[in-house]
Design a protein around this ligand. Structure first.
Ligand SMILES: [Zn+2]
Length: 367
C-alpha cells in the first residue's frame, strides 16, 4: 500500500481552518485546531496503515467506512456504495465522503451488514437534514472518524445534541462554496418532500394488515432510534440542503437526500455546475409510482446526470415501503435517454470512471 493511500485529513483541517477563520475564529482557537490537525493526521496515518487492505475496492462488499479498501490518490475511479436510506459513501482519491449517518435503524429494518461501533473511516460527512433517518448516528460516527460534519444550522444544532464534537461542525447555508482539497463543495437550500394528509395513516394500516405488530422490545428500539433526530418544522424549507461536489479533475456529483420541489437554490446550483456526472436523488415517500416519479424526475432533468443513483427508496419499517424503481427508470429512459441508472444493493461497490471519455460511466458493479 502506498503512503498516498492513507493520506490523512490534514488537508481538510487546513481548509476548514480557512473557513472558520473567515467566520472569525480567534488565534487561540486556531492554535488549538492546529494541534488537533496534527494529532488527527498522525492518528489517521497510523490507523490507515494498520487497516491497509490489498483487496480491490471494486470487488468488495466491505464499505470503506468500516475499513474497506479505498482507491488511491492516483486512481481515477470513484467507488460509491449505497448504505440504506439516503446514506451513501464515496471512496475516492484516498478519502471517504459520507452522505448522512443513519445506520442503527428502526427495528425490523433489513441489515446493512455493519454496525455503528465498526465505523471508523470518514473525512467529511454531509448531512442532508436533521430528521432521524438522516442524522441518527452522527454522534458516534463523527467521534470515531474525526470527520468534519457539514450541515445547515438546524442540522448542526441537532448533531451537537447527538454527541458530535462542536469542533467538527461546519455550518453552511444555501449558496456557500467550500474548497476542501480535491473537492469544491457547493451548497444549495433545497426543500424537503411533503406528504398529503392520510398517507402516513395509510402506510401504518398497510403494515398492520401485512405483518405482525412489533414486540415491546422492537417498539422500544424503534422509539429510541426515532428520538435521535429533530422534528423541527423549519427543516422543510430552512434546514434541508443539497450538495454539489466538483473534484479537481472535473468529476461532478450532486446529492438530493429528499425529493422536494425545485428551489431557486437548486436552480442556481444547476446553472453553476451544468450537467453532472452523477446525481444521487431521493425516491420516496409516495407509494404510487405515478406520484413519486413526478417528484423525483424534475431534479433529474435539472441536472441531466450521466448516471442516476436513487436513494431513500427502501422501507422504513412501519412507515415507508420498499419502492420499485422500474417506473422511475422507464421515465428516465423516455425523457433523458443519455442518463444511465442502476439499482444499488446495500454495500455493493459502484465503480465509476471520473476522467477521460468514460467519465460518469459505471466501469464495474459487483453485487
Ligand atoms: Zn426527512
Amino acid at each position: 500500500m502506498k503512503k498516498a493511500d492513507c493520506a490523512g485529513p490534514i488537508e481538510f483541517n487546513l481548509i476548514y481552518m480557512q473557513h472558520t477563520f473567515k467566520k472569525g475564529l480567534s488565534l487561540t482557537g486556531l492554535l488549538k485546531r492546529l494541534g488537533l490537525a496534527s494529532f488527527t493526521w498522525m492518528a489517521s496515518v497510523c490507523v490507515s496503515w494498520a487497516q491497509s487492505s490489498l483487496s480491490d475496492p471494486c470487488d468488495s462488499l466491505v464499505p470503506a467506512l468500516v475499513g474497506g479498501a479505498i482507491p488511491t490518490a492516483q486512481s481515477d475511479t470513484a467507488v460509491l456504495r449505497w448504505l440504506g436510506n439516503a446514506n451513501y459513501e464515496i471512496a475516492y482519491k484516498g478519502k471517504v465522503y459520507l452522505l448522512d449517518t443513519y445506520y442503527d435503524r428502526k427495528a425490523r429494518s433489513r441489515s446493512l451488514g455493519f454496525t455503528v461501533p465498526e465505523v471508523k473511516k470518514a473525512d467529511l460527512i454531509m448531512v442532508g437534514h436533521a430528521h432521524f433517518d438522516h442524522i441518527a448516528d452522527i454522534g458516534p460516527v463523527s467521534v470515531q472518524t474525526g470527520a468534519r460534519v457539514v450541515g445547515s444550522a438546524i442540522t448542526i444544532e441537532t448533531a451537537k445534541a447527538l454527541g458530535m464534537p462542536p469542533s467538527a461542525a461546519v455550518e453552511v447555508q444555501g449558496g456557500d462554496q467550500l474548497e476542501l482539497g480535491e473537492l469544491r463543495l457547493d451548497v444549495a437550500l433545497a426543500r424537503h418532500s411533503t406528504i398529503q394528509n392520510g398517507l402516513i395513516e395509510a402506510y401504518a394500516n398497510l403494515y398492520k394488515i401485512e405483518v405482525r405488530a412489533d414486540t415491546p422490545e422492537e417498539a422500544q428500539k424503534t422509539r429510541l432510534v426515532m428520538s435521535r433526530g429533530s422534528n423541527d418544522p423549519r427543516i422543510i424549507d430552512q434546514g434541508t440542503l443539497a450538495y454539489g461536489l466538483t473534484f479537481r479533475n472535473g468529476f461532478k456529483l450532486v446529492i438530493f437526500g429528499s425529493a422536494g420541489p425545485i428551489t431557486p437554490g437548486a436552480e442556481q446550483m444547476a446553472q453553476k455546475m451544468g450537467p453532472v456526472d452523477v446525481a444521487i436523488v431521493s425516491y420516496q415517500p409516495h407509494a404510487v409510482s405515478e406520484r413519486q416519479v413526478m417528484e423525483t424526475m424534475p431534479l433529474v432533468q435539472l441536472f441531466k446526470p450521466k448516471l442516476l443513483l436513487p436513494a431513500h427508496h427502501d422501507a422504513s419499517f412501519g412507515t415507508w415501503i420498499d419502492l420499485g424503481l422500474e417506473p422511475l427508470f422507464e421515465k428516465v429512459r423516455e425523457v433523458s435517454p443519455s442518463t444511465r441508472f442502476l439499482a444499488p444493493l446495500y454495500r455493493s461497490p459502484i465503480c465509476i470512471a471520473t476522467s477521460g471519455d468514460r467519465r460518469g460511466q459505471v466501469i464495474q458493479y459487483t453485487n
